[in-house]
Design a protein around this ligand. Structure first.
Ligand code: ATP
Ligand code: MG
Length: 240
């Protein structure tokens, strides 16, 4: 479903991604780990072209999304993104946040968008908060609205950039639980996260990125129990 082929990206002198290649099948949940500054967010942002790559190719469902003539708006309908700091509109209710894209991007009428909005709020356990504004929600609830908003667009792929790292520790669990449900439903997800519980239980593969390179890539059992690269073991021992 997703393929990165020899992707390079630099900012000025700084090489941030140096020949990143991997593939994901539909239904896979790949978790990206790695030190701060290793290029995790940049890699994610390249997939929906919030960041432009210097060379290489990225394919989604067989289409090269990094071609100059790719319709970026069309691409972003197919690739949802959940951000660390939620990125909700403060002046819109939970339902308003979830339905905005359905109305503006998908062109659905109000009642159809609301029906679908309620469906996705229910999916993340927030039907009872549909009329609440972000300021009235906890961090965990805000992030679940962010997830519902992304799901509402029926994306082929969902990107998560450290979805729980802005949350108080006691609120992490409710978001991880929603993500686990999505994984079990077969939603294809590329997740930057250091939640090792989630990685161990839900990931198809773990990708360890260090200094813009994939140092190790494999199923969680292998990567956690028997890492091939010394660097991977070192990094994991500092996490756990
Ligand atoms: P973290 O774990 O801290 O979120 P990360 O692995 O997500 O780190 P990136 O955010 O991808 O790392 O950043 C990789 C490198 O690229 C960093 O050195 C960062 O300073 C640099 N960088 C990222 N975005 C930009 C930008 N828009 N302009 C210039 N440099 C950038
Ligand atoms: Mg980051």
């Amino acid at each position: 479903l997703l393929e990165l082929d020899d992707v390079y990206k630099s900012y000025g002198e700084e090489q941030v991604l140096s020949g990143v290649s991997f593939e994901m099948d539909a239904g896979d949940v790949d978790v990206v780990i790695g030190p701060s500054g290793s290029g995790k967010s940049t890699m994610l942002r390249c997939v929906n072209r919030l960041t432009e790559i210097d060379s290489g190719d990225i394919y989604l469902d067989g289409d090269c999304v990094t071609d100059a003539d790719t319709d970026v708006n069309e691409l972003r309908k197919q690739v949802g993104m959940v951000f660390q700091d939620f990125n909700l509109f403060a002046h819109l209710t939970a339902l308003g946040n979830v339905t905005l894209g359905l109305r503006k991007v998908r062109g659905m009428d109000k009642s159809a968008a609301q029906e679908k909005g309620y469906e996705h709020l229910e999916q993340v356990g927030l039907l009872d908060q549909a009329d609440s504004y972000p300021a009235e929600l906890s961090g965990g609830q805000k992030q679940r609205v962010g997830i519902a908003r992304a799901l509402a667009m029926d994306p082929k792929l969902l990107l998560f950039d450290e979805p729980t790292s802005a949350l108080d520790p006691e609120l992490v669990g409710e978001v991880v639980e929603v993500m686990r449900d999505l994984a079990a439903e077969g939603i294809t997800m590329l997740v930057v996260s250091h939640e090792m519980g989630f990685a161990r239980s839900a990931a198809s593969d773990i990708i360890f990125l260090d200094d813009g390179r994939i140092v190790e890539h494999g199923p969680p059992e292998q990567l956690f129990e028997n890492p091939e690269a010394a660097r991977t073991g070192e990094f994991l021992s500092r996490l756990e």
